[in-house]
Design a protein around this ligand. Sequence first.
Ligand code: IPM
Ligand code: MG
Length: 360
Amino acid sequence: MNKTLNIAVLPGDGIGTEITAQAVRVLRRLSEQGHFSLTLQEAPVGGAGYRASGHPLPESTLKLAKDANAILFGAVGDFSLDTLPRELRPEQAILGLRKELQLFANLRPAMIYPELAGASTLKPEVVSGLDIMIIRELTGDIYFGKPRGVRVLENGEREGFDTMVYRESEIVRIGHVAFQAAQKRNRRVCSVDKANVLETTQLWRDVMTELGKQYPDVELSHMYVDNAAMQLLKNPKQFDVMVTGNMFGDILSDEASMLTGSIGMLPSASLDANNKGLYEPIHGSAPDIAGKNLANPLATMLSAAMMLRYSFGLAQAADAIEAAVRKTLAAGYATGDIYREGCKRVGTVEMGDAVLAALG
Ligand code: IPM
Ligand code: MG
């Protein structure tokens, strides 16, 4: 009997609809080929959720996400809603899902396809062969710490404040994810912090060091975040697994994406303790190109591959997507973001067609 995958599809805003549609085509094709059976249920989220029912993460969408085995997520963000109170802004949808579903482990691989070595703004010799796994803690840190707000001081001046906070148990659980990921790769973990200034991250460093003793087969190093930002540009191939907190991980993963040629290429997985996951491209809703058939759907397809691998243990089907993407790139298909001279410039749907053709 075939495994039935019960997947919630949450396209969100901007290009989210277009890119998830292409990833869904890929999943359907694999299902037709007999890899698995598929139950897909779609729901609005982000700005679309707000427009549909007055909240970026409608109750019914949250329930669907909770009941599903995995979630395929597009992107959220809509400038026209940025004046809403913060709790109603589109971004709250993804933050709410991460928190509600306890998706604490965010895996953001940054690897380069040989065809795209020239698409990076860095020299090809600096980036070719790059293969980094950024592991970002996703449910703690200054993103969720309390108290937070804007208060009015006695002199009438306004003051904004947020709280950076990590519990030992939160650091331990993301640490295990990082060390275990490294065991399946090149056995090196670089933990990124700002222990020279911030108490929270001194604890982070101490806990990582203690935990590292349980993994004698993995080499642990520590790096301050400012230096890590620099090293990512100077010599990115020195890294295997990088593990860091929510905010530093947000920033470093965008930076790392540029090493690979385009943010439109990078998938991600956000996992709970049981490998239930939400899968999304790391890029945003790109309102400037939304609805124009310009967006690169590959990051979302590669996110679907991660879903098959991590949540469903379907390595063969995941490999099939990744191989089809490689084949499509090698054949010279390119959306605008990864266009190089001599390529065939295609739109979102045509890129989907090409990957489907490569899937056979
Ligand atoms: C990301 C995004 C989100 C974040 C936003 C949309 C809230 O930038 O997934 O990296 O900051 O985590
Ligand atoms: Mg980000």
